[in-house]
Design a binder for this molecule. Structure first.
Ligand code: ZN
Length: 450
């Protein structure tokens, strides 16, 4: 087999328990063909030297709302609570359409690639117009990104005691029919897939009980994964107590979601017993440390959840809550948060990197192929770029230095064997045009003059 790309002379982190100082990774046909130490490199059509750099699997983003980069750092709501923030932004989000969702998805994926992320889910739950997720799949294809869409939904508007305006919620039948249409059009379960789809009602307080239970049933029928926000805010506890007479986790169990198919975002306020039950059920968690800290609402204890057997990945969350999409920054913040909470011996850079790679892959039910660089894995990798100034004096541990020293960005990001970022810059010829069209839509939505 012809080796198409060889990245050599790097400190290669293949997975948690396997690193090769001065190592190389050879890629053929979208897969990791082989790995090894300096001196036994195979010949290749193209060779890139990564001398002095760290090479890792591409990071995996387990929770995001890409369309929100159309309303980044939106001043009127930046200091609100979660519910105030959502209520303030929903009227703006009601103005998104197919083109703005295409552009926001394109921009989000480029931003993720520049931060070393090669696979991301997206939780798209605002549907003022049809075919928005179709637009996202088009953007993913144009960028070359490995995309795990989730068909989000809301049925409860302000008139039914929910938060969003009526124009962004949908009828139950409409949601279910569109979910089936999207699954059949885009979900590709085959190995090496570039497009998958999960079902993702927005939250327990924004959809009907029927949508929760029917989504679980559809997931069984089509062998899909399930995603939602869970235990993110104390307002959710109050809502569930009043409307369902139980806690959010009890309701989650009641509607058939406590299963290996599910991964949830945040999971900040479960009881000890509830953590144990969902861990035994096989539910995964996407921790979003920057979003949690920005909104000031607490955060899950990542290492404790892992000790209890839960798969924990990391997510950057929506681009209007954390306003960035750097998974490196999420990994660093997760490490800082863990050590701040539990002391300096509680969490290492490798723990954070493992969460950002294998943890995310497990959330997506995709650990066999992504999140590591074992031969046969999908060829999704990053060579990290940090200045010589930032790394001056860091000689003893390249993985700790990567997360402790100054901001790391991707020098090279490879997805499915193809370099999409080189020398720190995206290799996408349409990017400038996409950015100017994105600016027009963002200004329209925020009513900001050019
Ligand atoms: Zn979210």
């Amino acid at each position: 087999m012809t080796i198409e790309l060889l990245v050599r002379d790097a400190h290669v982190y293949l997975r948690r328990d396997w690193e090769i100082p001065g190592g190389w990774v050879a890629i053929a046909d979208g897969r990791v063909h082989s790995v090894g130490k300096a001196g036994d490199e195979p010949s290749s059509q193209r060779t890139i030297s990564a001398r002095g750099r760290l090479l890792t699997p591409g990071l995996i983003n387990a929770h995001h709302h890409m369309y929100q980069n159309l309303t980044r750092a939106y001043a009127p709501v930046t200091n609100g609570t979660l519910f105030e923030w959502l209520s303030g932004l929903y009227p703006l989000w009601a103005k998104i359409d197919e083109e703005s969702v295409y552009l926001s998805t394109y921009v989000a994926m480029v931003e993720l690639l520049m931060g070393g992320c090669t696979t991301s889910m997206d939780h798209m739950y605002v549907h003022p117009k049809p075919y928005l997720i179709d637009a996202q799949f088009r953007a993913a294809k144009d960028v070359g990104f490995r995309f795990y869409a989730t068909r989000g939904s809301m049925t409860r508007s302000v008139e039914d005691g929910g938060l969003p305006p009526a124009s962004v919620v949908q009828k139950e039948e409409e949601i279910l029919a569109d979910s089936v249409r999207l699954i059949e059009a885009y979900h590709d379960p085959k190995p090496g897939s570039m497009s998958r789809l999960a079902l993702a009602p927005c939250s327990l307080f924004s959809v009907s009980e029927r949508i929760m239970s029917e989504s679980a049933r559809l997931a069984d029928t089509y062998d899909l994964r399930l995603h939602t926000h869970l235990a993110e805010d104390h307002d959710e506890d109050t809502y569930c107590a009043e409307v369902y007479g139980c806690t959010p986790v009890e309701y989650f169990e009641r509607v058939g979601w406590a299963s290996k198919r599910s991964w949830v975002a945040h999971f900040i306020y479960p009881s000890e017993a509830e953590i144990g039950r969902l861990a035994r059920a096989g539910v995964g968690v996407a921790q979003c440390p920057c979003s949690n800290m920005m909104i000031g609402g607490g955060s899950a204890d990542l290492m404790d959840l892992r000790r209890r057997g839960m798969h924990v990945g990391l997510g950057c969350d929506g681009s209007a809550s954390t306003d960035h999409a750097s998974m490196w920054l999420e990994a660093r913040t997760a490490m800082l948060l863990g050590r701040y909470r539990n002391g300096p011996g509680s969490m290492t850079a490798r723990d954070a990197l493992d969460a950002a790679t294998m943890g995310g892959a497990a959330c997506l039910g995709w650990s066999a192929e992504i999140g590591h660089l074992m031969p046969g894995a999908c060829a999704d990798l990053v060579v990290w770029q940090m200045s010589d100034v930032a790394l001056a004096g860091a000689y003893t541990d390249p993985v700790e230095a990567w997360l402790r020293c100054a901001p790391a960005v991707a020098g090279l990001t490879v997805v499915n064997g193809k370099p999409l970022v080189e020398d720190g810059l995206p290799v996408l010829k349409d990017l400038q045009d996409v950015l100017s069209r994105h600016a027009r839509h963002a200004r329209r939505i925020q009513c900001v003059e050019a």
